[in-house]
Design a protein around this ligand. Structure first.
Ligand SMILES: [Zn+2]
Ligand SMILES: [Zn+2]
Length: 351
């Protein structure tokens, strides 16, 4: 079968690889759509960072070369030994994070903190391929009213839902989301579903317009408006009690702490590619708490499917294009990194 295989820095090859066979407890899936994520582009340009490079991952025993791609909607085509569910023909999404199941964090259900976590497309072959095999108990079956195309965004939606869960936002809470790209727009909808009032902050017009369309209670253009004073105006002069940084820029953690209410909470759901300068006295003096949010758990994947099925989370407006496997490097990646970025998600269909 055809697969997009990561061999190292700037070395991604579309090649013919052996057909995978499902082992005991696994299912074989035909990939319907696989999204291209900024992380895929970063691994291509600057990696291997998260991809297992020189040493094999302890859970999977795998290292590069590895098939990339982790935002997958697929159809079950074959069952491995002992698999009772799902069934052949079911359309599914994956909990793409494998964990050791024995460490302190796995036992407590905090699977994102498993020291041996292994993600699909990073430590085991991923979804930018015709087929993939995966543990049956880590797939979630899609209901009929969720299309495979909208389900291709369940992975970033799960990341966003995990961050919204970490924020513990509820009805009556006022939340600012800094950076309404894909994860920010999905987090915003998860926060709305939790009952919060949400303000979207970004510099990109197309992001702000979509945020308004998807239910933002206010939008702030940080290139022309003073974000901190505008957020204060919206919140009786005291600031939102929660700020989510989904932008991950050098200056956004500082902005989040300046904008949040005294005693409030800042959740960071971004990978920072530069090291921000940060004055920790700004936390001491205001008793602001800061929390990280990494990846997602199985229950976040299940919640993403539920929110899409109920119409509380819309993902189709974030699908900017659908391309073929052989267009990823020439067409997909350049559009993701262009200065005038005009896309949210580009989906790849390998068939
Ligand atoms: Zn991703
Ligand atoms: Zn573990």
């Amino acid at each position: 079968m055809q697969a997009l295989v990561y061999h190292g820095n700037k070395d991604l090859r579309l090649e013919t690889v052996p057909e995978p066979t499902p082992g005991p407890g696994q299912v074989k899936l035909a990939v319907d759509y696989c999204g291209i994520c900024a992380t895929d582009v970063e691994e291509f340009l600057y990696g291997p960072v998260f991809i297992s490079g020189d040493t094999p991952n302890p859970v999977t025993g795998r290292q590069m070369p590895l098939t990339t791609g982790h935002e997958i909607a697929a159809t079950v085509i074959e069952l491995g030994e002992g698999v009772l569910a799902p069934s052949v023909g079911d359309r599914v999404v994956l909990n793409g994070v494998l964990t050791c199941r024995t460490c302190r964090w796995c036992r407590e259900g905090e699977t994102t903190q498993c020291p041996s976590m292994a993600a699909i497309g990073f430590a085991i072959d991923g979804g930018l391929a015709e087929h993939v095999v995966w543990p049956a108990e880590q797939v979630v079956v899609l209901p009929d009213n969720v299309s495979s195309k909208e389900a291709a965004l369940v992975e970033p939606a799960s990341v966003a839902i995990h961050a919204a869960r970490r924020s513990e936002a509820a009805a009556g809470d006022r939340v600012a989301v800094i950076g309404v790209g894909t994860v920010g727009l999905l987090a915003m909808q998860a926060l709305k579903a939790q009952g919060a009032e949400v303000y979207a902050v970004d510099k990109r017009q197309m992001s702000l317009e979509l945020a308004a369309e998807l239910g933002a209670d206010a939008t702030i253009d940080s290139s022309t408006q003073d974000t901190v004073s505008r957020l204060a105006e919206l919140t009786d002069g005291i600031g939102p009690n929660i700020v989510i940084d989904a932008a991950g820029a050098a200056e956004t953690p500082k902005l989040a702490v300046e904008a949040v209410r005294r005693g409030g909470l800042v959740v960071l759901v971004a990978i920072y590619t530069s090291t921000p300068q940060f004055d920790f006295n700004s936390l001491v003096g205001t008793e602001v708490r800061m929390a990280g949010s990494l990846a997602y758990e199985q229950r976040d994947v299940e919640e993403a499917v539920k929110l899409i099925a109920s119409g509380q989370m819309k993902t189709l407006p974030l699908v900017s294009d659908v391309i073929k496997l052989d267009q990823v490097i020439e067409t997909g990646f350049p559009r993701m990194v262009s200065a005038a970025k005009d896309v949210f998600r580009i989906l790849v269909t390998p068939r």
